[in-house]
Design a protein around this ligand. Sequence first.
Ligand code: FAD
Length: 223
Amino acid sequence: MASPDTPSEPTERTRLQRNPKRAVYDRKTIHAILDEAMLCHLAVSMDGAPCIIPTIHTRIGDALYLHGSTHNRLFRHLATGAEACLSVTLLDGLVLARSGLHHSMNYRSVILYAQGTVIDDLAEKNRVLEALVEGLIPGRWADSRQPTDSERRATAVLRFPITEASAKVRQGPPIDDDRDRDLPIWAGILPTRLCVGEPIQDQAGQIVPLPAYLRDYDRLPRT
Ligand SMILES: Cc1cc2nc3c(=O)[nH]c(=O)nc-3n(C[C@H](O)[C@H](O)[C@H](O)COP(=O)(O)OP(=O)(O)OC[C@H]3O[C@@H](n4cnc5c(N)ncnc54)[C@H](O)[C@@H]3O)c2cc1C
């Protein structure tokens, strides 16, 4: 089996045309971006029109998983074997150039093309549901009430193989035209990162001490 560091060959549709030097195809980078991202956009073509939904995702090995209601329209469409395009983006900074036009962003993003497979096995569903929760809040699953069989049956889980994927990574300073470099205008990077605020406890039930996994919560990359 190829090492995660081995660059995969891009396919015709994952080969970056625009700024190809920003392309990354090794699975390690693609997996790391997928793992750090909290949101994923799922796009499909349905009844001849594009459709997109934001969703939560998780990665286990070489597959990306989504979950939702069994009534989810896009999932039911994908269950027929339709093609999906999935995308995640991490914003790392605002790039301030001296010229207005050369402003940019530092980012890491992934685009994955795949067909989904419906997961029916309840044990595998459970593994995915656990990974979904743990991917967002490590330590939370064991602290939660576990899903019943009927809850799991009412939940659709889709598996997408991470085989046809590309990452695009922009890092570094602004790229100004040579003639603009000496202009007396501040230029550089405003780093950005996702952070959480103070936890707000639900007052509807028992008041419970704040768990350590929330006290120490930080959205740092999974190692
Ligand atoms: C936060 C953010 C902001 C951006 N803002 C802009 C903007 O304002 N204007 C703009 O033109 N572009 C922007 N981009 C870049 C944009 O995502 C596209 O890469 C770019 O527009 C080229 O599109 P294209 O269809 O010509 O790509 P092509 O290079 O023709 O795409 C071919 C293949 O390359 C891969 N690919 C392309 N883009 C990405 C990507 N971002 N991540 C992973 N794989 C990719 C896909 O597999 C795709 O099928 C932004 C990207 C990010 C992440």
